[in-house]
Design a protein around this ligand. Sequence first.
Ligand code: DU
Ligand code: SF4
Length: 228
Amino acid sequence: QALARLDEEISRCRACPRLVAWREEVAAVKRAAFRDEDYWGRPVPGFGEPDARILILGLAPAAHGGNRTGRIFTGDRSGDVLFSALHRAGLANQAESVSVDDGLRLHDVRIAASVRCAPPDNKPTPAERDTCAPWLLREVSLIKPTLRVVVALGAFAWAAYWPLLSSGYGVKPPKPRPSFGHGAVWRSPTAPTLIGSYHVSQQNTFTGRLTPGMLDEIFALAKTEVKT
Ligand code: DU
Ligand code: SF4
């Protein structure tokens, strides 16, 4: 099927030299706790349903999370927070996401990263986001018939929505761009609604900037929005 072919194509991309070097170095050196595992060490494709109405857009794979397991938000603390929330919202069959064969199934949700290779310090550059944007565009073009809502985790993903809006939907992004915030919403009559959420990284969850309740509100909003 088309998405599987796209995933395969993405996983061979080497367009960003800095990220190719980092993802492979991390995969070779490994973290001590995962010494006996084979790291994926490649671009991490999207995960979830081909007929999803909700697309969750993250930042980039975690070095020892998605870059290790080969599935986005899988095997890291960010993912624990995200999938617990999806499970509470009825959008995932389980709260745990540890490996590609853990039985996790999403309902009505697809998850992708704005940049598909693990970046140093979890910090991809806007240039790398632009380089990776065509993959997002192609993924969205395949789920376009059902897609209604994009949940942007963090300001970086929020910014990745606008080029998608213009090239994927032929809608001119508003000027100035609506600002990112937790619970910020932007609607278009002809493109998926954009919802902003603080990112599920430990920086936000450990400090209490993002609580489970705040994440529940985001997915409740997304579920309401797909029906309107
Ligand atoms: O702390 P951690 O769960 O290992 O995640 C590290 C880092 O990666 C965190 O800042 C979030 C980020 N991240 C992301 O932005 N998108 C993903 O899909 C997975 C992790
Ligand atoms: Fe390719 Fe995206 Fe990885 Fe860059 S970040 S190498 S464009 S998959």
